[in-house]
Ligand binder design. Sequence first.
Ligand code: SAM
Length: 286
Amino acid sequence: GGTGFKEVHEEEKSRLVGNVFSSVASSYDLMNDIMSVGLHRLWKDKLVSKLNPFPGMKHLDVAGGTGQHNILVSKLNPFPGMKHLDVAGGTGDVAFRILETLNSVKRRATQDVLEDNLHKETQIFVCDINPNMLNVGKKRAMERGLGEDKSLIWVEGDAEALKFKDNSLDGYTIAFGIRNVTHIEKVLAEAYRVLKRGGRFLCLELSHVEVPVFKELYDCYSFFVIPTVGELVAGDRNSYQYLVESIRCFPSQETFASMIAAAGFQKVEYENLVGGVVAIHSGLKF
Ligand code: SAM
């Protein structure tokens, strides 16, 4: 095929994203804390608290449950024996939370609830296209005492072409990752393909603020503060300039929800956090 503008643009995007994450891998976690004033930790907790329900667990007081939502339907925690895929998993933040929640479920649960599931092997896959990010994640896993945990599996791979079988996973998360991919539709189609029926798709992403005044303040923060801090702390203004651009180009909450539905997901909904600075989108495969 001819090399149209679109293809060139796409190659450029993949290359840029590759460079960004190779160059920021070592400062990535520190930058996350600075840029979000630590809020990304709470956002990730919230994401994990929305994972797939497990009927046997519904009466348990599970650590980290939010309590304020419809607990039976959608807001329960991960379960032992689950197969979960965290895509664009980077340095492991989401996967660590899932594993740590699981470990606390195991400690609290009564034996009868768990006997069917404990023997099944839990597998939390962290998939990322960038080996530098995964390497930082592996080191962090050691530091957190998860280095020997066989449930944690690091895989280098592309969200647009996953190396997982159809209908093979209970849950799928992608945090601050889908904004960087070249074809969002391909990523959603792959998420749908690999999930089992009943499996949940969850996406945490920087989104759009529409609240007046707050929007203007947030724009100032994005345009002036983020690139400057990027330069001062990570020594890399361009990567953080790219970050700001990519947020602007990402579809609105409603548009993104309709893309998730178009991929086949049911019960698509989203929740804005901090006025839409980030949004959590959710869908189920029936
Ligand atoms: N999920 C982690 C977190 O929340 O801290 C990391 C998010 S980081 C902003 C985005 C990650 O997406 C990077 O690690 C990058 O390598 C990865 N990425 C970009 N394009 C990808 C693709 N096509 N497939 C898989 N991972 C990709």
